[in-house]
Design a protein around this ligand. Structure first.
Ligand SMILES: Cc1ncc(COP(=O)(O)O)c(C=O)c1O
Length: 428
């Protein structure tokens, strides 16, 4: 299908549209209009963690259709209460207060506003390479993409370097981050801040920024820096939350509890549902001071009904444990592939959130920017969808649904292998 046929009425909002239509999705597969099955190793836009069109999601949508879909924002349905209870039961103290919204950006807007009203300050620190959304507040602390040409960002938006061990931002570490970037970053914050630090927002693994995995202990040291300055810690677990990294929350094994947690993509399993979860202290102070953050679909019954179904599947089918096991298998397979293909500079990640860095030269680490585009197109033609992330660097984000089978992983590896080997294009 020609790109021009999409251009008549669809506004372009970023990269070019895929030049094929998808007419059905099921489990790990997408089905194209020309009759091909494609393994989806990007889980849609990283949301279809329990597989596309999971029967429990379809059933929950139908049930909401028979009961209640939408209400005025002050009205609550039983499923909204049940989802808040279920979620808080999975979280440590004092994360006890939830608001349900729709997108990750909206949840992060709420998180930043909560942090500001609770601390009475306005400066927000983000990490270079981060992605928190495209609404203005979230975009102001998003450093991976989209900052140019829209005028001023939110006053008080500051940044520290990304803990990228493969491409150390302060040209110090090689393959193992020693957190000097964090220490230097906070020296810079102390130099630049006007003394109004409200919060630091961080993804436990930077996903859109290139699947950058901080070293063990990083979040703990971030927490200490925040505490020393009376700032709040906001964790954005849009992609890492609810099982993908092999545990329910990426912060669980880090001995750190944030003041505010945001969840989105993985909570709705493909339906737009997000959550901001605050500590009792933050929520109570914000309420006393008149916190206000309404959207038309906050606390909507339909999305809550689906969210309950998604959480039910993740917990009852032990998908976090499954992600850990399947992630190990996938990672080992990718490392084997790396032995055969020079263009794979690095393989990294946790659970089923893996990154494969494509390089033009393994010794200089020059990004394989043109190569990754060709490889991605070739994989799709051969029946595998993988997402390119990492901005100017060339990284595949490999993130199949947590329900992926070993056989599907083997098929995906075989396709990548063929794509690296090149040869004639499988579809002309
Ligand atoms: C970590 C993270 N937070 C927030 C967002 C924004 O979510 P949304 O696109 O639903 O607004 C994204 C989107 O990719 C993300 O990766």
């Amino acid at each position: 299908m020609e790109q021009q046929s999409f251009d008549r009425h669809l506004l372009h909002y970023g990269r070019d549209f895929l030049n094929q239509l998808i007419i059905r999705a099921d489990g790990s597969y997408l089905f194209t209009a020309d009759g091909r099955a494609v393994l989806d190793f990007s889980s849609g836009q990283m949301c279809a963690t329990i597989g596309h069109n999971h029967p429990k999601i379809v059933e929950a949508m139908a049930r909401a259709g028979r009961t209640v879909v939408h209400l005025e924002s002050t009205m609550l349905s039983p499923d909204v209460i049940a989802l808040a209870e279920t979620l808080c039961d999975l979280l440590p103290e004092p994360l006890n207060k939830v608001q349900f919204l729709n997108t990750g950006g909206e949840a992060n807007e709420a998180a930043l506003k909560l942090a500001k009203i609770a601390t009475g300050r306005f400066e927000i620190i983000g990490i270079a390479g981060s992605w928190h959304g495209t609404t203005t507040g979230a975009a102001s602390v998003t450093y991976a993409h989209g900052r140019k040409k829209y005028g001023p960002m939110m006053p008080g938006s500051l940044a520290i370097p990304s803990p990228d061990a493969y491409r150390c931002p302060i040209r110090r570490c090689k393959n193992q981050c020693d957190m000097a970037c964090l220490d230097v970053g906070f020296d810079m914050i102390d130099a630049c801040s006007v003394g109004e630090e409200a919060a630091l927002i961080v993804e436990p693994i930077q996903s859109a920024g290139g699947v950058v995995v901080p070293p063990k202990g990083y979040l703990g040291r971030v927490r200490d820096y925040c505490d020393q300055r009376g700032m709040l810690l906001v964790l954005d677990e849009s992609q890492t939350g609810l099982g993908r990294v092999g545990e329910l929350f990426a912060f669980s094994s880090e001995n750190v509890v944030p003041d505010i947690l945001t969840l989105s993509k993985t909570l709705g399993g493909g339906i737009p549902l997000s959550a901001v979860v605050a500590s009792d202290d933050v929520a109570d102070t914000a309420r006393e001071r008149g916190f206000s953050h309404y959207t038309s679909h906050t606390s909507d019954p339909l999305t809550a009904t689906v969210g309950l179904a998604v959480l039910g599947v993740i917990v009852s089918e032990q998908l976090a444990e499954r992600a850990a096991a399947m992630g190990d298998y996938l990672c080992e397979s990718l490392l084997e592939l790396q032995k055969r293909h020079e263009a794979i500079g690095d393989v990294r990640g946790r659970g089923l959130l893996l990154g494969v860095e494509i390089v033009a030269d393994r010794s200089t680490r020059e990004p394989g920017y043109e190569l990754i585009k060709a490889l991605t197109a070739r994989c799709f033609a051969l029946g595998l969808n993988v997402n390119q992330v990492g901005g100017p660097h060339a990284v595949w984000r490999i993130a199949p649904p947590l329900t992926v089978s070993r056989d599907e992983i083997d098929q995906a590896i075989e396709i990548m292998d063929q794509a690296f080997k090149g040869g004639p294009h499988p579809h002309g």
